[in-house]
Design a protein. Structure first.
Length: 262
């Protein structure tokens, strides 16, 4: 959306009053209506004040825009550029040019992007929805994908001796849980207190030792979707990652037991 400047004395400007006299009954209102509509069109479409005849016919502030336009030309509020087209007189003296508006919009867009890059929460995913490289790191080092095994076994996402990325994966999962999964399923924001955040991070690190990122996401969605009336422990409570840890084994058994039966 752009803005334009209008003289607060327009309604009783001598030129507008003169155009009103030329138009007769309600002439001032007609002249003012078309003049302002022309300003808004030029500002919105970035025409630098030009009003094309083909567009003028579509203006709906007056019933006969051509006659009113000719009256505006007669008093010097508009100029006639050729047989069909018009231009608002001295438009660029009081309004920004199309070039200036476009440059300002580009600068503002870049500024907002910079702010978003700094302030946006790290959800652990890229803009296209894929897991970010920091979350994929452990799996990338493994020569083969980690299979889903039976629920009676521990499911690991890293190879033997691989522990350096535990904190990073835990942090990424906490961000994903807070900013994406919780709002998606519960429909409200998840804003834990600092002590809960610390506990969540510890729980997430323990979870990442046993489950892959995809499995953790599926387990979290299952956990968040459990109806309150099915578990009194969950009723009217904020569902933390720490609580997810306590439900991890039965949820895994439920999910992967169903898969095994397929």
């Amino acid at each position: 959306m752009s803005w334009l400047r209008i003289d607060d004395g327009l309604i009783d400007h001598p030129k507008l009053l003169e155009a009103g006299d030329l138009l007769g009954e309600n002439g001032v209102a007609l002249a003012c209506g078309l003049y302002v509509e022309g300003l808004t069109y030029a500002s919105r479409k970035l025409t630098d004040g030009k009003i094309f005849g083909s567009v003028l016919k579509t203006f709906h502030s007056v019933s006969d825009p051509i006659s009113v336009a000719n009256a505006l030309v007669s008093v010097g509020l508009w100029d006639k550029t050729d047989d069909k087209n018009y231009a608002i007189h001295d438009y660029l003296e009081f309004n920004d040019s199309a070039k200036a508006v476009k440059k300002r919009r580009l600068t503002e867009r870049d500024r907002k992007r910079s702010v978003r890059r700094v302030s946006a929460p790290d959800t652990g995913r890229t803009n296209d929805g894929h897991l970010a490289p920091i979350v994929r790191l452990a799996r990338a080092r493994s020569p083969t994908p980690t299979p889903i095994v039976k629920s009676t076994q521990k499911i690991r996402s890293t190879t033997e001796g691989e522990t350096d990325d535990g904190c990073e994966r835990a942090g990424a999962f906490c961000q994903l849980y807070r900013w994406t999964l919780y709002p998606d399923v519960q429909g409200v924001a998840y804003t834990p207190q600092q002590r809960v955040e610390i506990s969540d991070l510890d729980a997430a690190e323990r979870l990442t030792r046993s489950y892959t990122d995809e499995q953790l996401e599926e387990m979290a969605r299952f956990f968040l979707a459990i109806p309150d009336d099915r578990d009194k422990f969950l009723k009217n409570k904020k569902r933390t990652v720490t609580m997810l840890l306590s439900y991890a084994e039965p949820i895994a058994k439920n999910l992967w037991g169903q898969r095994d039966r397929k």
